[in-house]
Design a protein. Structure first.
Lengths: 115, 135
């Protein structure tokens, strides 16, 4: 199964919308999309937002991709903010005890606030 | 009486969704909540990913044989491969406070299943047995 990735430029940086399964077969596509964002991102980039509402499944390779994205954001002094986690994504975050490590928001508006 | 479902898929990551799609409804039908069933699916998927990565070292021309058994009191999932045998002594879930990419699969398996057994006694490959007690 493939993952669809739509990248939008927003005032504070970039917004990625993921749709489908993020697993061993597709997480490299997400990693490539994020690499493009970090390549394009100027020093003024404040945040990378990721909409996870349409993610039907995520495994540890998806988690690893997000951890790498968080580390890259820190290097760029930008924020990585995740919003609208679908139930399967919420499950994997809980199991990996990562819910408190990432900045997670209920809605896009909540994620944008305070940037 | 035990009910069994068997499935053989190629060792390519693009077929992992087939295993997930097979396991989830069996778990729900066996009485697990949707959340519990999703966690079982995640752990089985991680076990299959590890077979592709470590037992077959990325060789997509092999197979993974899945057998799901539903018994009173237990759900048993067997995964059989014909690849490189693991060093069972070295398989340990990593510490979760070490925030870094990778190494979560064995943690997920340990969290979901009550018993995990690696049988490397056959001439080739491994049979990984995952058991979840249901009462």
């Amino acid at each position: 199964m493939k993952v669809e990735i739509i990248t939008e430029t927003i005032d504070d940086g970039f917004l990625l919308r993921l749709k489908g399964d993020v697993d061993m077969n597709s997480s490299s596509d997400v990693r490539s999309a994020l690499a493009d964002v970090f390549k394009k991102g100027t020093s003024g980039m404040k945040a990378v937002l990721i909409d996870l509402s349409q993610v039907r499944y995520m495994d540890s390779s998806g988690i690893a991709t997000l951890v790498e994205a968080m580390q890259n954001c820190m290097k760029k002094k930008a924020r990585l903010r995740l919003f609208e986690l679908s139930p399967p994504v919420r499950d994997v975050f809980e199991m990996a005890r990562l819910s408190s490590v990432f900045e997670i928001y209920a809605t896009r508006n909540d994620a944008v606030n305070g940037l | 009486m035990s009910e069994q479902v068997t499935l053989i898929v190629p060792s390519h990551p693009k077929y992992l969704f087939v295993i997930r799609s097979a396991v989830y409804p069996i778990m729900v039908d066996a009485g697990l909540s949707r959340k519990e069933a999703r966690k079982v699916v995640l752990a089985v998927d991680e076990a299959c990913s590890n077979i592709i990565k470590y037992a077959y070292e990325g060789d997509h021309s092999k197979t993974i044989a899945l057998k799901v058994s539903v018994d009173q009191g237990a759900l048993t999932i067997e995964l059989k491969d014909s690849g490189r045998k693991p060093d069972v002594e070295k398989i340990t879930p990593r510490k979760l406070d070490d925030i870094r990419p990778g190494g979560l699969g064995t943690h997920f398996m340990a969290e979901v299943f009550d018993r995990i057994d690696y049988d490397t006694s056959s001439e080739a490959g491994t049979v990984l047995t995952l058991v979840k007690n249901t009462r």
